[in-house]
Design a protein around this ligand. Structure first.
Ligand code: ATP
Ligand code: MG
Length: 404
């Protein structure tokens, strides 16, 4: 027997009252994006649950994709069966025989949504329970916590059988919390920060600063590949490349070495904030982790953050590096993050950046620069691409192309 559809139960959104349909529509859209890598799969979402129709597609990979999508509490693969008593009986017997193991207990939970069907729910339980005993006389029925709870649902178009309940990712559907700009480097931390923001429903757009020719096309591709990894949790993500060369050269020329990093970060923050405003984002998200590097002392954070009043969310701020790496491995970004392409900040990094920059000094050095002009030119030069999910075998093909 081959699964025909997957029944999806919603997570936290069930409790959200009148926003319910908005949540459901977002989740449906996200599921469509994520599952777009399976061309034959279709998605339908009702008030109570969603249905993923496999239309002949292998169940396993689709289930793996579903497990990642935020806003799904659980799902059950189902068999579609013709809506007649003999057909359902046979399907129940085939299914139970194929999964039976010694000592197994079971129960049948019938549900008649189509009230014209000849058996009501209670009769359905009885008739189908007896059908199981006909082929497996040794099996035991058990009403409380049976090993197998076989659900039979009679709907208008057909009957459906299911017995597995697979846990989903939980969280909130991406996009239900509003938009945030993720400052995405090629490092380990910012993709993890992005993942954690997605988990709570933030629709992230990735802002990446590139300084060609100091940074390579490889560094850019790395940031895009990381973004693509993040699409499996909620669908397409806008990737915004910011030209940063002019600014880095200006700072390098006009500011003292010890302040390069602080000034650079303040420009990144200003530009991200400008882009956020234009694209109607509500917050900025970054991968700062307290004490990890010079830019991440509390003094530095304060000096960098001083250019905006926009909330800056730092999902990994109190995590140890190993905790962050654990998540990076779980979400499959780690191997990309450790590819050796230099980031714009590494290249211009001073040997000894100031760990306690003074705002007074910072402002004095910035007075030497045309801050507004530099920011405006960078924002005018952004390049936006939509990053979509990619099937694993496509990714493999890409990798082979890269190697050849
Ligand atoms: P990551 O692993 O995310 O690179 P990190 O520990 O290396 O973080 P930094 O390099 O100091 O720390 O960067 C701190 C944060 O600044 C990053 O997490 C990211 O949010 C942002 N950032 C740094 N470089 C860039 C860049 N080139 N483009 C966009 N954001 C950046
Ligand atoms: Mg970094």
């Amino acid at each position: 027997m081959q699964y025909s559809e997957i029944m999806v139960r919603y997570g936290e959104l069930s409790t959200k009252g009148k926003n319910r349909m908005r949540f459901i529509n977002k989740l449906k859209q996200n599921m469509k994006h994520v599952l777009s890598i399976y061309p034959d799969v279709t998605v339908q979402a009702d008030r109570d649950r969603a249905h993923v129709y496999l239309n002949g597609t292998d169940y396993q990979p689709v289930a793996e994709s579903l497990k990642q999508i935020f806003g799904i509490q659980a799902f059950s693969p189902s068999y579609k069966v013709e809506k007649t008593v003999p057909a359902i009986k046979k399907a129940v017997q085939d299914l139970m025989t194929s999964i039976y193991q010694d000592g197994m207990t079971f129960k049948i939970t019938g549900k008649r949504s189509d009230h014209t069907f000849e058996l009501d729910s209670r009769e359905l339980n009885q008739v189908m329970g007896n059908a199981v005993f006909d082929v497996l006389p040794q099996i035991k029925a058990q009403m409380k916590q049976p090993d197998v709870n076989l659900k039979i649902e009679i709907r208008d178009e057909a009957a459906y059988l299911s017995y597995e309940n697979i846990k989903g990712a939980g969280g909130l559907p991406v996009g239900t919390a509003g938009r945030g700009m993720l400052m995405l480097s090629g490092g380990i931390d910012s993709p993890v920060a992005g993942y954690l923001a997605l988990k709570r429903g933030v629709d992230i757009e990735a802002v990446h600063f590139a300084s060609p020719p100091y940074t390579s096309p490889g560094a850019l591709k790395k940031a895009q590949d990381l973004t693509r990894k993040l699409t499996k949790f909620g669908g397409n993500i806008q990737f915004i490349e910011v030209p940063f060369t002019e600014i880095q050269e200006e700072i390098k020329e006009k500011a003292p070495e010890a302040y390069l990093m602080t000034l650079t970060r303040r420009f990144m923050m200003r530009i991200t904030d400008r882009i956020r405003e234009e694209r109607r984002g509500l917050v900025i998200i970054n991968g700062e982790s307290l004490g990890q590097v010079a830019s991440q002392t509390l003094e530095s954070m304060q000096a960098i953050n001083a250019v905006t009043t926009t909330p800056v969310i730092r999902p990994v701020v109190t995590m140890d590096k190993l905790e962050i790496i654990d998540i990076a491995q779980k979400i499959d970004t780690f191997d990309i993050s450790i590819q050796p392409f230099e980031d714009c900040c590494t290249i211009f990094a001073p040997d000894r950046p100031k760990t306690n920059p003074k705002i007074k000094n910072v402002e004095q050095y910035e007075a030497r620069l045309d801050v507004e002009g530099l920011v405006e030119r960078a924002v005018a030069g952004i390049i936006i691409t939509e990053i979509t999910p990619q099937a694993d075998n496509d990714a493999l093909d890409d990798l082979i192309d890269d190697l050849l």
